[in-house]
Design a protein around this ligand. Structure first.
Ligand code: SAM
Length: 259
């Protein structure tokens, strides 16, 4: 098992100023639909990274968004992104752990998370927190890396070792949501389409931020062996010939109304 930890990896991607989830904008827009996110919704984005999705929701839907992330660095990036996009009045950010959210019960109309839960070996604690802070009748949704076909044991182990990712299949993810108390749970697995993914990443970040991220990556890799290792492990874990085995899934369920 690697000596590097998932938190060191998140710290590395925070230094790039660039975070992502598989399925990119396609997955986010599907989450908006499945979670019934509307202009008068108050939404929590857990593990918001550098704030691309909170900004998108505020700009495209016009709703209020709270973004939380484990790392203060990510929170700072998110605030900057909201300022640059002119949506500070609709967004708020704070550092918090998904597994112990600093919000009252029944606070949000929708709670979403994108490529966050895959990093938790045990996903129940975070999912129960999402349900706790969602109002009855509100929705919890996530988009996460998903096995589309049964992996070999070696593949499963290499995802944990190289990408810190504890991937589930569609049945596994929907079961996590059901077990946390959600009703009407839906979920679909999809292949990653590399072309669409690249195109929508450009829409999500714009060329200027992508080039800044690449420049930051180059500088970091030149001076830090760990950074080189993160990049090589990441590309090794998900190679092109695995795209029919691992993809992404979009999942959602409704918190039942109080009896
Ligand atoms: C792969 S990135 C995805 C970021 C963002 N959702 C996106 O789609 O760009 C995973 C994010 O989850 C955050 N994270 C990891 N563990 C967390 C935890 N326990 N609580 C809150 N955030 C966490 C990381 O700091 C990182 O920003």
């Amino acid at each position: 098992m690697s000596q590097r930890t998932a938190t060191e990896y998140f710290d590395f991607i925070a230094s790039l100023g660039y975070t992502k989830h598989h399925g990119s904008l396609t997955a986010t827009r599907e989450l908006v639909r499945l979670c019934h996110i509307e202009p008068d919704s108050y939404v929590l984005d857990v593990g918001c990274g550098v704030g691309a999705t909170p900004s998108l929701l505020a700009r495209e839907v016009g709703c209020r968004v709270m973004g939380v992330d484990l790392l203060e660095k990510m929170v700072e990036h998110s605030r900057q992104r909201a300022r640059e996009d002119g949506v500070e009045h609709l967004t708020d950010f704070r550092a918090a752990d998904a597994r112990d959210l600093p919000f009252d019960d029944d606070t949000f109309d929708g709670v979403i998370s994108e490529s966050v839960n895959v990093f938790f070996p045990d996903k129940r604690q975070a999912a129960s927190e999402y349900v706790r802070v969602t109002r009855p009748g509100g929705y919890v949704g996530m988009t996460e890396m998903t096995w589309l076909q049964p992996p070999t044991q070696q593949m499963e182990e290499s995802f944990v070792r190289m990408a810190y990712a504890h991937v589930l299949d569609v049945e596994g993810w929907t079961e996590v949501l059901r077990a946390s108390g959600l009703a009407d749970v839906v979920g679909t697995g999809s292949q990653i389409d590399v072309k669409t993914e690249s195109k929508t990443r450009i829409q999500r970040y714009g060329w200027r931020r992508i080039l800044r991220g690449l420049l930051n990556a180059t500088k970091l890799m030149a001076r830090d062996r760990r950074a080189r290792q993160f990049v090589s492990d990441g590309s090794g874990a998900l190679s092109k010939d695995m795209l029919h085995i691992v993809g992404y899934g979009v999942y959602a369920g409704r918190k039942p109304e109080a009896p």
